[in-house]
Design a protein around this ligand. Structure first.
Ligand code: GCB
Length: 604
């Protein structure tokens, strides 16, 4: 009953959409009886009849909702359950009903009324099941989701479970679970759960590629896939913001020409009209037509050995890495938080961010399209180090899902295959070469990279990428306290990388931790003053790289806001390298960055 149908669900005159949000029933399986839910068929039973259950909101991570540390730190099979009604007027011989999850971390199996509907592996990406024949129309329905957040050496990202033999130190059977990334691995149903209807023949995929012709024409090459029933004609209409038709066609595959096109430009590009979006409207040509609408921007993207060009103009990226992270809800998607973040991004004068270290919610990319913010979409492969063939297959599969999901966003300008993988081993070189080719086949229109932190002699797989990247914590993790070495070290490394590989390089991470309100003169580590001086020293470095014609593509600070980490003694529960606190209030460094980023606008 599963379906690859992944288009963002929308309402239209042919479709109804409902969210299944609220307080769901929640149970966890005991550590040493992990299969109990399957053995006892929890997917057929109401949890309130089984006892020992919690209430957990959806969407939200489950970890920080309750006061119970077992739930906070839970790794294994957890179970969610919800009851909902489906209207009588939905009749299954006339329409399809799909059940869609925006993201469940990590692995999930979904039952509807006791019957298997869909399963999926990989957090941060959506999946859909066909619920048409499983629902009870005009009656109450029971949905049960089993979620397992255990990461292994064969998953993206990787996790490791060991049972130490040392009974002197640990009780018998003690489990130690670890991973190499530093963010808290928030789990559960993190994004929207929706059911929606479509006619029997329905639009199930759209692919758009835009360019410019002569005489200010915009060109939209498109392909619309219809599923369910074989229909070969559609009516396509392209509307401007006033809902006036600017181009039309009667084929599902073709080209639209827009006279006097208004291009999509990123924010702060000095253009009067930024982020202009047209509406691409599809109507299937049959008796019971399906209608689907999607916003698109007309822009081009090219990359050379020196530059990244958007609409033929060089782009310099001013931004940061972020996290989907907030108090209580963890990685649970929240419109209020997302809106606040975009206000802060614009306040800073930034033009870009990287979805470190996993694909972000589709709603975030839609807002980036609307606001003209450029996005590097990163896969969830953070800190991978063992490169087996299972991992490669998994990685390829998630990249396919990711490109399919995000291919039409004008804001998405680059794919990042991974963050800080080991890439010096022969196995990793072959791995990234094959992965690059896979993604290149899926999308020819965007540059592909991974984010490198290795020294030049070890950064071997970076040679196959279109863009060079570098994460460096000069005067923080190395030469702590020595603010005077930053320019000396970073400048040299940039020149060396770009000379050898003859490709432009993006500085993807640098930064310092600071505790909001902690001051020290002269500056010392962890103070806001040190944070500011460290950034200033980097700014001087970037300015001289630009002045001397070294091909630097941009500067991205680590991190936009403080975020939660696992428990450890080197951090107070959070990575505090944020320009903003976790509550989204500015630290001193944010004012400095605002001043610098806004200068780029006055110079453009
Ligand atoms: C890095 C990682 C990032 C960490 C950061 C840090 O290199 O890419 O995920 O949060 O360092 O603060 O340690």
């Amino acid at each position: 009953c599963s379906s690859a149908n992944i288009l963002y669900p929308v309402e239209s005159e042919s479709r109804e959409l409902r969210t299944l949000h609220g307080l769901w029933n929640f149970k966890i399986s005991p550590l040493f009886n992990q299969m109990i839910g399957f053995d006892e068929k929890w997917y057929t039973k109401r949890f309130d009849t089984l006892g020992d259950f919690w209430k957990i909101p959806v969407p939200s991570s489950y970890n920080d909702i309750s006061t119970n540390s077992t739930i906070r730190d839970y790794v294994g099979w957890s179970w969610y359950q919800y009851e909902f009604y489906v209207p009588k007027r939905w009749t299954k011989d006339q329409l399809n009903v799909f059940l869609r999850f925006g993201s469940v971390h990590f692995k999930s199996t979904v039952w509807l009324n006791g019957q298997l509907c869909v399963d999926h592996e990989g957090g941060h990406l959506p999946f859909t099941g066909d619920a048409t024949n499983l629902l009870k129309y005009g009656e109450s329905n029971l949905i049960v989701v089993a979620v397992n957040n255990t990461l292994t050496p064969d998953t993206i990202p990787q996790g490791f479970t060991t049972f130490p033999n040392n009974t002197y130190k640990y009780p018998k059977g003690y489990r130690i679970y670890s991973h190499d990334f530093d963010y808290f691995d928030y789990s559960g149903i993190n994004r929207a759960v929706q059911i929606y209807t479509t006619p029997k023949a329905y639009v199930c995929d759209i692919t758009i590629l835009t360019s410019f012709g002569n005489n200010s024409e915009g060109i939209v090459d498109y392909k619309v896939d219809i599923c369910g029933i074989n229909i070969s004609t559609c009516h396509i209409t392209l509307l401007d913001v006033n809902r006036n038709t600017v181009a039309e066609s009667d084929t599902c595959f073709g080209k639209l020409i827009i006279p006097n096109v208004i291009p999509w430009w990123p924010i702060m590009s000095g253009k009067k009209q930024i982020a202009y979006l047209y509406t691409f409207q599809v109507k299937t040509n049959n008796e019971n037509s399906d209608y689907y609408r999607m916003k698109i921007g007309v822009r081009t993207l090219q990359w050379t050995s020196k530059e990244l060009l958007l609409n033929d103009e060089p782009i310099y990226l001013r931004g940061f890495g972020k996290h989907e992270d907030f108090i209580i809800r963890g990685r649970g998607y929240d419109d209020a938080l997302s809106a606040r973040d975009f206000y802060l991004i614009k306040w800073l004068g930034a033009n870009s961010f990287r979805t470190s270290h996993y694909p972000y919610a589709e709603e975030t990319l839609q807002q980036a399209d609307e606001e003209g913010i450029l996005v590097i979409v990163e896969s969830a492969a953070c800190s991978i180090k063992l490169f087996g063939s299972n991992l490669l297959e998994f990685h390829k599969r998630t990249m396919t899902e990711n490109v399919n999901r995000d291919k039409n966003h004008p804001s998405v300008i680059m794919w990042s295959l991974a963050n800080e993988p080991s890439n010096h081993l022969n196995s990793s070189v072959a791995y990234f070469q094959e992965l690059y080719q896979h993604v290149r086949r899926l999308d020819q229109s965007r540059p592909i990279t991974f984010v490198n932190s290795q020294q030049i002699q070890n950064a071997k797989a970076i040679e196959f990428m279109d863009i060079l990247t570098l994460n460096r914590y000069s005067s923080w993790y190395s030469d702590s306290g020595h603010l005077d070495v930053i320019k000396y070290q970073i400048y040299k490394e940039f020149v060396a990388f770009t000379k050898i590989y003859k490709k432009p390089m993006l500085f993807t991470e640098y930064g310092a931790g600071s505790l909001s309100g902690l001051h020290s003169l002269p500056e010392t580590m962890w103070s806001e003053d040190y944070h500011v001086t460290l950034l200033q020293e980097h700014f001087k470095t970037f300015d001289s790289l630009i002045e001397n014609g070294v091909p630097i593509l941009g500067e991205m600070i680590w991190n936009f806001a403080d975020f939660k980490t696992p428990q450890e003694y080197i951090r107070p529960g959070l990575c505090v390298k944020g320009l903003f606190t976790r509550e989204r209030q500015p630290k001193m460094a944010a004012y400095l960055v605002k001043e610098r980023f806004n200068k780029f606008l006055s110079n453009s």
